[in-house]
Each structure stands twice: as C-alpha cells, then as structure tokens.
Design a protein around this ligand. Structure first.
Ligand code: ADP
Length: 638
C-alpha cells in the first residue's frame, strides 16, 4: 500500500503540474472554462508491474465515467491472483476511483492492475484528483446477516473443500466460509505432492540397495508402542515376500509409510492418527480422481518425503498448483454447496456444550451468523504467517521473527486454533514449526530426484533426501543463509517439468531468481560461483548416482546432472508449516482439555496437531488434509 500511495502521489503531482500548464495556455485571460469534461472519451491502454511482470489493461471511458476495464495480458499466477483480477476492476468501476484497496493475499497483482488502470486513465483524464479519492465506506450495513446449513465449514483449503464434498455426498446442506477473496489457502500454493504407497506406480520404479537397507534399519528399531510394533511386524512379512519374489522394483506399503512418518517426526505424533493417515491415502487419491483430478502416471519423491511415494496431479493450463482447489470448488458448486468468500469466522457459537454455529464478519464489515444443525468443521490451516504466534510457541529455532519470510499465504494466521482454544479445545505440538529449506517459487517440481543443493561456494552441504528440519538447519549455516538448487534437462524436458507437468520454461521467464544456461560453466558464471568447484561437486554427485554411494548419505537418485540446459534456482529457508494445532481423535472430532470430544465440533488439515510430530515429511500435508478432511465431512454428517 505504501508503494501504491507513493506512486499515486507522484502521479498526482505530475498531473497537477501538467493540467495547470494546459489551462494557462488554452483559456483566454479572465474567462472560466465550464466546458471541461472529466475524460476524453475513448479506449486507452496502460501497463503496470505485477508480481511476475507486466499487466496490461484497456480502459474505456466516456466523458464522465470509467465504463470498462479489460485485462489484455499478464503473467500472474492463476488461482492465487484470480481474486485481484475479479475484484479490482469491478471496484474501480463501481466506485469510479483507482484508490481501492489491494485484495489481501494478492497485493502484488492488485497493485499491478491499479497501476495499469491509472496509467491508462492518465492519458484521458482532465482531473486525476477526482478519480483518486478514497472509497467512502461509511455506508456499511451493520445489520447482521443470518445463514443456516447442516454443516458449516470454516476454510476453503484442501481439508475444508474435501470435507464439504463428503458432507454433500451424505446429503447434507453445506456452507463453506472463506475469509479471503479467493479460495484455496495454502493448498492452492502447495507443491501438490500427495504421499501414498501405490502398488501400481511403485512397480514402475527401481529400488536402490541404499533404499533396501533403510527398510532393514527401520525393522531393527526398538518399537515405542504396540502400534509401532505391529507396523514393523507387517513390514517384515511384506519385505520377506518381496524378497522371495526376486523383484527389483521399488518396495512400498502403508506400514512403511506409517513407520517413516512416525520416525521422521521423532515419535512425537499420535500413532493412531498416523495409522489412519497411511491407510487412507490411496482412497484420497481415488476420491480426487472422481472429482476430476488427473494424476501423473509415476511417483516422485517430494522434498523431505524420505521415500519415493509422492503423487502429483497433472498440470492444467501449464501448472498443477490450484488443480485440487479448482476441481473441488467446481464439484461443490455442482452439488449445491454454498461457498462464501470474504466471510471471516471469528467465534464458535456453543450451546449446552455443543457447537451450534459460527459468528463472523464479512469483508465489507457486515456481521454474520451461521447456524449449524449437524456441526462445524474447523479447516483454517496453520499459523506460519502469524509472527506473534510463531514467536509465542517457538522453542526449537533460534528466531522466528519477521526476518524469516514464510511460503504461506497471508491468511495463515492460526484463527481456527484461537477459536477452538476459546471453547476449551486442547492444543498439541504447538512448538513444532517447520522451516522448509527452499523458499522459492522458482522450482520446477516438488521432487528432488534430479537436483542438488549447492552453496555460493559451489559445494553441497546436506543430502537432499533428508528431513526438512535437517536441510533447513544446514541451509541456515551457509553464507547469507542461501543456496542454489541445481538441476538439468532431465528435470525440465522441452520446457515442461517431468515431475509435475508444469510448463516450467514459461515460469523461468517471469522469475529473476531462476537461471538457465547451456553449459555448467555458463551457469556458474551467471550465479557468480567458482566453476571448478561446482564442476567437482556435480562430478562427485554423478559418480554417486552411478555407484549408489554418496558422501552426504543420500540414497535416492534418479538421473545424473549432465543434460543441457542446466538450471539454478536461488533460494533460502522460510517458515513453511506448523505441525501443532487442535487435538483431534481418529474421527476428526475436536478434543477438549479433559480429553473428551466437543460435541458437533470437528477439525481437519493443518489447523490440527499430532499427525506429523516434530517434523512433517514432504508430501504428507496434502495426504493429511484430504484424508482427515474427508473423515471430518463424513462424520459430521452422521
Ligand atoms: P489446509 O491445507 O489445512 O486445508 P489451507 O491453508 O489450504 O489449509 O486453507 C485454509 C483456509 O482457511 C484458507 O483459505 C484461509 O484463508 C481460510 N481461513 C483461515 N482463517 C479463517 C477464518 N477465520 N474464517 C474463514 N476462513 C479462514
């Protein structure tokens, strides 16, 4: 907003000078020109700077009105920036001013559109001060709006939307409340990898000797409880059968997924929740398929996943971000669910110990209340974008203040956790906050199959198939806490990312932190890295791919890095996921501080705690939100 105000002031100053000059030239002395209209009618073109480059608009005006705004071209990012394109032109026309608020969650795109419209209008308007007045908001209707439905869901990320589909499938009426101007929260921004053991897919991949020995290491571990013991026993049987078959394809099973999730989170998670998670991931994939999601026909390894079981949706219009959200929103629309944007839930309504509704406020300041006859599901996501909460709960990182950015959308402020706590919910694992080693938008895929992390000096510093907390911790130790992801023409083929189907070369044009070169030497020059060291690093890695023996202990390999073009993405750690949250049971019911379910109150997705322990595996969040979102939607409907 500051940038916008400064920009407006400059425009106003330039214009007032220009208009003043013109009047002096054209008006005869001592006469007043009453014939001045606000605009010179016509259609004008203007360009502004969005988040990913230029936004160009055409603005049509008659003598005293802005009639229409058409966006001619832009490079902004689909689902995430859509609310700005929907809202900003409408508001400019409605209020006849360019001094409208940016849409929260897409400020960069909003400011780009406003700037483009302003530039277009400059060419036509005789008095910019008339179209730069602030929107008058005193006419806000303070009368409460009342709604009612069987099931009320707070939050339109993957957890909330999948819960809504299940409740609609069960014949319930559904209202989804979303505080932002667009759907999808973090789910719309996520790398989209969903972890699941999947017999059909894993047979397409080979298993390395390192991977096999990791399974035997897991079998050697002392079980922490009966559930873990049971998982190990099942895994032992499965791996014996696998060995007997004499096959070499990638082994996987829900029991291995459970064990890796539990161990990867340092045994902090609730094993009962993990049990449910890994038993239902394949079902979640099929559920999404039924709603229209198409899947890539292979499994990758999402960064921090520790095993190759990440499923990616196929790209639509060159990106796989937003695929889940768009498909689910369409499904909910078709099934008659109500999705209310800019409806921020602020309070849960309780009666006789039961949750019976939600109170909140609309984007225009109008209060609302929703009655829920069957129950309420909290699916508001995590609190990575809430610096105060980060600092309140952080125990394990040196510092999580505003100097660390977040990969999350601005609405990830922990609202649901606060609302639930206010009605007596227990919170678990709040101190476990995940940094991801990569805070960059400019990576082709969430998979690390064919990628190494290299510091500014040209050296690797961690095994890239490690846990996220380990990788982030090591990245923070590198000079300026940054590093480059190096990958090549095996990862991006003909401009398309192999893992995700994303049109990646299009994206590299928009991003000034992605570098592409025909040779490794040229790449080193571009990123100001000593070529000899980088070459040695890549040669060592390529040898490890061949021999399966890596100095950093990496066991997951795909191709060597030897195929032009070569890429580097500049990146640094950011706050990415909050593992703690509302305590739930395996039915997704919210548990109170006495250990009992709160009647008619459910929670699912990142707002809950206890599923990932101290460290979430990459690809397990998308699995979690759809598994527990569906469970919440099914159970609230009963
Ligand atoms: P998950 O991955 O758990 O589904 P997401 O971050 O994808 O979580 O989605 C959570 C959604 O909840 C976001 O779209 C966010 O804007 C929305 N949300 C958060 N707080 C509120 C609130 N108080 N009222 C309504 N919606 C909210």
């Amino acid at each position: 907003m500051k940038r916008f105000l400064a920009f407006m002031l400059t425009i106003l100053m330039i214009l007032s000078m220009a208009v003043g000059c013109k009047k002096a030239e054209e008006s005869p002395a001592n006469t007043v020109n009453t014939d001045v209209t606000l605009f010179k009618p016509g259609t004008y073109t203007g360009t502004g700077k969005g988040l990913f480059g230029d936004i160009t608009v055409e603005v049509e005006v008659d003598t005293d009105k802005i009639l229409s705004i058409n966006v001619k071209s832009h490079n902004e990012s689909g689902t995430i920036s859509d609310p700005a394109f929907d809202k900003i032109p409408k508001e400019i026309i409605e209020y006849q001013t360019v001094n409208v608020d940016a849409v929260s969650g897409c400020t960069g795109s909003s400011n780009g559109i406003i700037e483009a419209v302003t530039v277009a209008l400059e060419q036509s308007c005789n008095d910019m001060s008339k179209i730069t007045v602030a929107v008058q908001k005193e006419n806000i209707n303070v009368e409460k709006v009342n709604y009612s439905a069987d099931v009320v869901i707070i939050g339109s990320g993957g957890a909330g939307l999948s819960a809504a589909v299940e409740a609609l499938n069960a014949g319930r009426s559904v209202i989804v409340l979303e505080k932002m101007a667009g759907y999808g929260g973090n789910t719309a921004r996520a790398g989209s990898a969903l972890n699941s053991a999947d017999p059909e897919m894993q047979e397409k991949e080979e298993m390395s000797s390192g991977e096999l020995s990791r399974i035997y290491d897991i079998l050697e571990l002392q079980p922490k409880n009966d559930l873990m013991k049971g998982w190990q026993e099942t895994l032992k049987k499965e791996i014996d059968e696998y060995k007997e078959k004499g096959v070499t394809y990638l082994f996987d099973s829900p029991s291995l997924h459970k064990l890796q999730t539990y161990i990867g989170g340092d045994y902090v998670a609730d094993p009962e929740l993990i049990d449910v998670l890994a038993d239902n991931t394949l079902d979640a994939i099929n559920f999404l398929k039924e709603t229209g999601v198409k899947w890539e026909e292979r499994v990758t390894i999402a960064m921090g996943a520790t095993w190759q079981r990440s499923h990616n949706p196929s790209a639509v219009d060159g990106t796989n971000k937003g695929v889940f959200v768009n498909t689910l929103v369409d499904t909910i629309d078709k099934k008659g669910g109500q999705l209310l944007l800019e409806h921020k839930a602020e309070e849960l309504i309780m009666a006789d110990g039961k949750c019976v509704g939600v109170r909140g406020v609309k984007g225009n300041g109008q209060p609302f209340e929703v009655q829920a006859t069957k129950g309420v599901i909290i699916a508001t996501g995590g609190f990575s974008a809430n610096v105060e909460m980060r600092q309140k709960y952080n125990k394990h990182w040196a510092n999580l203040d505003e100097s660390l950015a977040t990969s999350n959308h601005t609405g990830a402020t922990g609202d649901g956790i606060i609302m639930a706590e206010n009605v007596g919910a227990e919170l678990v694992g709040m101190e476990w906050i995940q940094l991801t080693p990569w805070g960059s938008l400019g990576i082709p895929t969430a998979a690390i199959d064919n990628m190494v992390f290299v510091n500014q000096e040209g050296q690797r510093f961690v095994s890239e198939d490690n846990r996220r907390d380990v990788m982030a911790g090591e990245a923070l130790k590198q000079s300026n806490s940054h590093f480059y992801m190096i990958y090549d023409g095996h990862t991006v083929v003909d401009g398309v990312s192999v893992g995700s189907g994303k049109r990646f070369d299009e994206e590299t044009k928009k991003l000034d932190f992605v570098y592409k070169a025909d040779s490794l030497e040229e790449l080193a020059q571009k990123i100001n890295m000593p070529y000899e060291t980088l070459k040695e690093t890549i040669d060592d890695f390529n040898r490890a791919v061949e021999e399966g023996n890596d100095a950093f202990g990496r066991t997951v390999f795909a191709e060597k890095i030897d195929k032009s073009p070569f890429y580097a993405t500049y990146t640094c750690p950011v706050v990415h996921h909050t593992m703690g949250g509302i305590k739930i049971n395996t039915n997704a019911q919210v548990i109170n501080t006495d250990g009992k379910p709160i009647e008619n109150l459910y929670a699912a997705g990142e707002v809950t705690g206890g599923i990932h322990g101290s460290n979430r595996l990459g690809g397990n969040a998308i699995a979690d939100i759809f598994v527990f979102g569906r469970i919440a939607g099914q159970n609230v409907s009963k």
